[in-house]
Design a protein around this ligand. Structure first.
Ligand SMILES: C[S@@+](CC[C@H](N)C(=O)[O-])C[C@H]1O[C@@H](n2cnc3c(N)ncnc32)[C@H](O)[C@@H]1O
Length: 276
């Protein structure tokens, strides 16, 4: 048990080159984006936080050659993989730009559409990126993002909270609650749009489920380790980690026996703003 506590992310080209199952998480959000996104010809499009190229490549394929797309991401190894996809898929309408979206290398009012799948609102300085998107978009240009919402994996977080209560770890419990509250709602994210000069004209909410055999499988899952483990680990002083995670894992496993699996909910939103 708790071997996952020693996990360290290896950001190498070789690892990112095998990054194929991990985007199953992104896929649900990307499908929501593609379901509601209005496609128009002759557009200049940015994907902010384009990572290894999803949903950028799919969008490039769906929009075709009258549109020009750019993926913007500071992550070198993911950009290399995205560039390999452009080459291997034979796409001529996409380019990757290695940059933070805090400072976009585009002129004022030059872009028609910006999309971001699991991006902007979770970046380090979202308000700066929203402003920068507003600057580069043409008047009536659109900024569309998809994101997970407050209430994400609620079943897991309830058990994490009750484990901390059982152990009398009130301070860690408060930090865990604060971490969850930090995740946006449609209202709080819409406020980021309006603060930057956008009008939110459409939003859609959906949710999906991720089922795991039990807590041990969940905590050892490669993408859970990659995406979340360090943030949970950092809430807990090093000398308490084995005890807290050992108890958490036991409680998750007991829950999974009763509930026939650890079936976790993920609420998500598509939010579209228009530059006024
Ligand atoms: C959760 S991943 C989403 C990747 C991809 N869009 C997907 O759906 O799988 C967030 C991405 O945003 C990128 N990112 C983080 N900060 C950024 C910034 N300031 N500007 C642009 N991209 C950023 C990360 O490098 C990462 O590739």
């Amino acid at each position: 048990m708790t071997d996952y506590l020693n996990y360290e992310f290896q950001d190498t080209a070789a690892f990112v080159g095998t990054f194929d199952e991990a985007p199953l998480w992104s896929a649900s959000f990307g499908l929501l984006l593609l379901k509601h996104l209005e496609l128009k010809p002759n557009q200049t499009v940015l994907d902010i936080g384009s990572g290894a190229g999803f949903p950028l490549m799919e969008l490039a394929g769906r929009l075709g050659n009258s549109c020009k797309l750019y993926g913007v991401d500071p992550w070198k190894n993911a950009n290399e993989r995205a560039k390999q996809k452009i080459k291997n898929y034979g796409l001529s309408n996409v380019e990757i730009i290695e940059s933070s979206a805090e400072k976009l290398p585009f002129d004022n009012s030059s872009i028609d559409l910006i999309v971001s799948n699991l991006g902007i609102n979770n970046f380090e300085k979202p308000e700066v990126v929203f402003q920068e998107c507003h600057r580069v978009l043409k008047k009536e240009g659109r900024l569309v993002l998809t994101t997970n919402l407050n209430g994400h994996w609620i079943e897991f977080y309830k058990i994490f909270e009750s484990t901390l209560k059982q152990l009398g770890e009130k301070e860690i419990l408060n930090k865990l609650i604060a971490e969850q509250e930090h995740r946006g709602s449609v209202e709080s994210i819409s406020k980021m749009f309006t603060n930057a000069g956008f009008e939110v004209n459409r939003h859609f909410e959906e949710s999906f489920k991720m089922n795991f055999l039990d807590g041990s499988a969940f905590l050892n899952h490669p993408f859970v380790k990659l995406g979340w483990l360090s943030s949970w680990r950092n809430l807990i002083p090093v000398d308490l980690r084995k005890e807290v995670f050992g108890n958490l894992e036991k409680n998750l496993n007991s829950f999974a026996v009763e509930a026939n699996g650890l079936n976790l909910s993920i609420p998500m939103a598509f939010i579209e703003g228009v530059k006024l």
